[in-house]
Ligand binder design. Sequence first.
Ligand code: SF4
Length: 479
Amino acid sequence: MGGTRRSTRNMAKKTTYLTTDDEYEDENKKKKIKRRRQSKKTSTAATSTPNVMIKQEEEVEDIEDFSKEQSFKIRSSLVDWYDNNQRDLPWRNINTSSKAYAVWVSEIMLQQTGVVTVVHYFNRWIHKWPTLLHLSKASLEEVNEMWAGLGYYRRARFLLEGAKFIVQQGGHFPNTLSDLRKIPGIGDYTAGAIASIAFQQAVPVVDGNVVRVIARLRTISANPKLSKTVQTIWKLAGQLVDPDRPGDFNQALMELGATVCTPVNPSCSTCPISDQCRALSVSTHDRSVSVTDYPTKVVKAKKRHEFSAVSVVEIIEDEALMDGPQCNSRFLLVKRPDKGLLAGLWEFPSVPLIGDVDFVTRKDAIDQLLKSFDLEPGSTSNVVLRKDVGECVHVFSHIRLKMYIELLVLHIKGGNRVKLDKENNGWKYVSSKDIASLGLTSGVKKVYTMIQEFRDNIPRKSDKKLSAKSLSKRSCGSS
Ligand code: SF4
């Protein structure tokens, strides 16, 4: 939301969106490390005493390797535990030639949200596109619709591009790390997951859960976001991976992190590898130390504050319809640029602002924008209603966007001058009936819900008890 780039007046800020959320994350890798226990800082080697030692970043490469015996113990305990405790998840039950495809889709979704939500999205996805070939024939619009609500839409686009890529190469899912890395959107983590789970290659997988478990097993205090630390953890994970059951082992390690060795309340008493855990050993000897001191917490970067004016433009065929249901009205949707934040997704027309500006200024900016869509409120169309509906804040991983929402109901003079049924390049009209079923982003959905609530309270002409409250301004989530 909030970034339709059309020429507007001076008050509209020229905003350059960061290309992707992932790139933003990269930018922040150099941020300061929060040291929770400054008093324990020392330059002494961490393994020489039961006290927690905060290591210098450059010391991380000195972390001791797992011995063969330790690796063996951890492996066998973890795989046994997994055999008895693994969750029943739909992608684990697919053992056909589509196994790699299922692992790929599930792993990409799991990078977005928790397992419970992913199960629902995964089942819908596989029902619509049961194989790689089916997905390769989908449109970006369909994929975005299916992905709506998961966020990071770039990942959905990469799934589609990846499917097309593999089909172009002959349709066989690559089974080596190096070939998997050639697929658009597949990085080290996803390549490792597919190679080990679908093709039984003895390669490690490192996600946030694995980082946490290994940091605790080895009392690693270095910033887990630094590349040196990440490299060390990949190396240690590689020492642990079970050559006989690599896929199960990797899933077991991730599952342990997700269900037992959790960030805040790890269940060490039920942990199958507690006898190999240094953090537990240290914390048992020194009560001022907790296993949750590992890995070091990293201060998150502050979100950038942005502002935008959003106009929900509703075209009605007959002014009298304002007094009835919305079944004949249409809403203007605008496509975002093909690159950048929420690339290629549909949203209500919007203008970036330099900050909090008044309604009149916002209206002027929106009017300028609407000319791009052959709309000139008050000139080529009657303004049936124009109301400042309220504000809505939507938070991205790196941006806090405050949207000022208006409802602009227009009736086109002299009939349908606007070709409502024709999808123009970059904008279209969608019926009020269809808009609810479109795969809109959660930010756009919030705005639409606000508008619906506002519109439902517009008094009918027959309603004599017109309440000033009924048209009061709102914020998203209010009723
Ligand atoms: S003993 Fe506790 S801290 Fe150590 S790996 Fe197990 S759950 Fe995590």
